[in-house]
Design a protein around this ligand. Structure first.
Ligand SMILES: Cc1cc2nc3c(=O)[nH]c(=O)nc-3n(C[C@H](O)[C@H](O)[C@H](O)COP(=O)(O)O)c2cc1C
Length: 197
């Protein structure tokens, strides 16, 4: 797809332009509280079967990022004693790599008529909307993962229940320079039509 398609509705143009910005290319300022609130509001527009409302975001900023990094490193050393020191240190530094560190999770209703996978899908769709809303407001973000997301101790410390799921670490800030928006594959290869045999 071309990088800019001038006659598109603005919302669609924004969707077609979205790209991740890696933490090495993120700087201050972080989004304001209001910009963050708008991104969460966008997340809440994700489809949600039977009103489960699974979307959860935990924001960590300022000095709390280093404090959370220390906790993450210690919790990871307990969770994965097989991890070498450099992997533990990577966890320690992770939250401080961008001005704003967000933990995205899914609050899951177990034993409910809506299967867990649908609730996870809704929460993940919310994360996508969240990223799009940040991008549309001029911020950069990067969705990352690590085994720490599966650590029950980390989940609990962030206010999640045992049966909930952490979906990712999202690093957020302002892009350091004109962001790159790499070309994407042509969409045709990703669309199949089924017709009556
Ligand atoms: C659930 C999830 C976890 C991810 N975790 C990582 C990760 O740990 N490290 C990484 O380099 N990219 C990770 N990615 C991919 C990046 O977020 C990003 O999509 C990728 O670098 C491509 O950039 P783009 O979004 O501009 O296409 C993850 C994506 C998703 C959806």
């Amino acid at each position: 797809m071309p990088d800019s398609l001038p006659k598109l509705p603005p919302g669609l143009a924004a969707l077609l332009a979205r790209a991740s910005v890696g933490p090495q290319r993120l700087t201050e300022p972080a989004p304001s509280d209001e910009a963050l609130r708008l991104a969460v509001a966008a997340a809440l527009r994700a489809p949600d079967h039977a009103g489960v409302k699974p979307w959860r975001f935990v924001a960590i900023s300022g000095d709390d990022r280093a404090a959370f990094g220390d906790f993450l490193a210690e919790a990871m050393a307990r969770f994965r004693p097989d991890f070498p020191p450099d992997r533990i240190e990577k966890e320690r530094m992770r939250p401080s790599r961008a001005p704003l560190f967000i933990v995205a999770g899914a609050s899951i209703r177990h034993g409910f008529k809506i299967p867990v996978w649908e609730q996870q899908a809704s929460a993940a769709a919310g994360v996508m909307n969240f990223l799009n809303a940040l991008d549309a407001q001029g911020f950069g973000a990067f969705w990352a993962s690590s085994p720490g997301l599966e650590n029950p101790e980390v989940k609990k410390a962030l206010g999640f229940e045992e049966g909930d799921m952490l979906l990712g670490w999202i690093m957020v800030g302002t892009p350091t320079a004109e962001r790159t928006r790499p070309m994407r594959p042509e969409p045709d290869a990703f669309l199949r039509r089924w017709t009556k045999p």
